[in-house]
Design a protein around this ligand. Structure first.
Ligand code: GFB
Length: 310
């Protein structure tokens, strides 16, 4: 990628987008196009078209999504389906209409069937029923993949799609109702320690397994794919290892310094039993993650203490 090319980072205030901006700037990509939500509503087709016509970005990273944890997905399927379709349709159409050289679309590991083989190869897409707790989000992301591939096939566009595993890091959402598990556990353990509680309640059975990737590693994988990957076939991005929610809760408590007991709220859903991505394709491009889980969680806890705890 040319250092002077204009790169539009859609969603630059989010956890992924902010990590991307940081990494792009540190590598000397200084011609970044970013817009706050108050200036640009990506769900609005006409304002997206106007931005592209005026700014003519060369490269687009589509990191803007309506995202949330298992409860938010269950409670708001309309927003997860509708808003994600609107955002990706508007951005991809404007990118094509304005001759964008390359677009990177961020999907999710939840696009794969609930009972996909583990680790999940890219070929598992659309091979079985989805996990019901995040079906709306998954359908939107699958539509995004298919739209990228359609622009490639019909118009020769260079639109690529990566499927990240569960992500965490600075600028994550720490709201207990809408967040993913890792920021939720960090906050719960911190508050339990502060209150000197003897018990911490964790959702579900603790048995599901998840793979966690620090968002700075995700950002470095994005840059690699922008440089080296030009195929319409989707590519998984993960660290290649998973742990159970029970093990994660124990690790978080150890890092935070909460030494009370864990108890399990069986009224809350487990979601998909396991979601470990097969990252053979990505590894073959020479990429590997650099932030071990314990270190990444400790760094995220430091960020939480400095930025969230008031
Ligand atoms: O991270 P999470 O909300 O999403 O939940 P998914 C992962 C697991 O952690 C589930 C358990 O088994 C939860 O029951 N868990 C335990 C908790 N305690 C908590 C807690 O306090 N908060 C939360 N949130 N979970 C999401 C999808 O699925 O993954 C999204 O809903 C997206 O669409 C995202 O794909 C990456 O991993 O189950």
């Amino acid at each position: 990628m040319d250092k002077s090319e204009k790169i539009f980072v859609a969603g630059h205030r989010g956890m992924v987008g902010s990590a991307l901006v940081c990494q792009l700037e540190s590598k000397g990509f200084l011609n970044l196009l970013v817009r706050d939500r108050s200036e640009l509503d990506l769900r609005d087709e006409s304002v997206v078209a106007k931005l592209f016509a005026e700014e003519k970005p060369a490269v687009v990273i589509l990191a803007a999504s309506k995202v949330g944890g298992i409860k938010a997905n269950i409670d708001h399927p309309v927003a997860f389906l509708l808003e994600n379709l609107q955002i990706q349709n508007n951005v991809m159409d404007a990118a094509y209409e304005n001759g964008v050289r390359k677009l990177l679309f961020l999907g999710s590991s939840c696009i794969y069937p609930k009972f996909a083989p583990q680790p999940i190869p890219e070929t598992a897409l659309l091979s079985g029923p989805l996990e019901p707790t995040n079906e709306a989000y998954a359908i939107a992301k699958i539509a995004g993949i298919k739209l990228c591939q359609a622009y490639v096939r019909e118009h020769g566009a260079n639109f690529i799609s990566m499927m990240p595993t569960n992500l965490y890091g600075p600028n994550d959402n720490f709201d207990l109702e809408t967040s993913h598990v890792l920021p939720a556990l960090l906050r719960k353990a911190h508050e339990a320690k502060t209150r000197k509680d003897r018990e911490l309640i964790v959702w579900g059975s603790g048995k599901p397994r998840r793979e966690f990737l620090h968002v700075d590693d995700l950002a470095s994988a994005c840059l690699l794919l922008l440089e080296k990957y030009d195929s319409p076939e989707i590519i998984n991005v993960g660290c290649g290892e998973d742990i159970s929610i029970r093990e994660l809760a124990e690790l978080v408590c150890d890092i935070v310094g909460f030494d009370g007991q864990l108890s399990w709220d069986a009224t809350k859903p487990d979601g998909t039993p396991r979601k470990l991505l097969d990252v053979t394709k990505l590894r073959a491009l020479g990429w590997k993650p650099s932030i071990p889980l314990r270190e990444g969680i400790a760094r995220t806890y430091e960020w939480f203490l400095a930025n969230y705890v008031r």
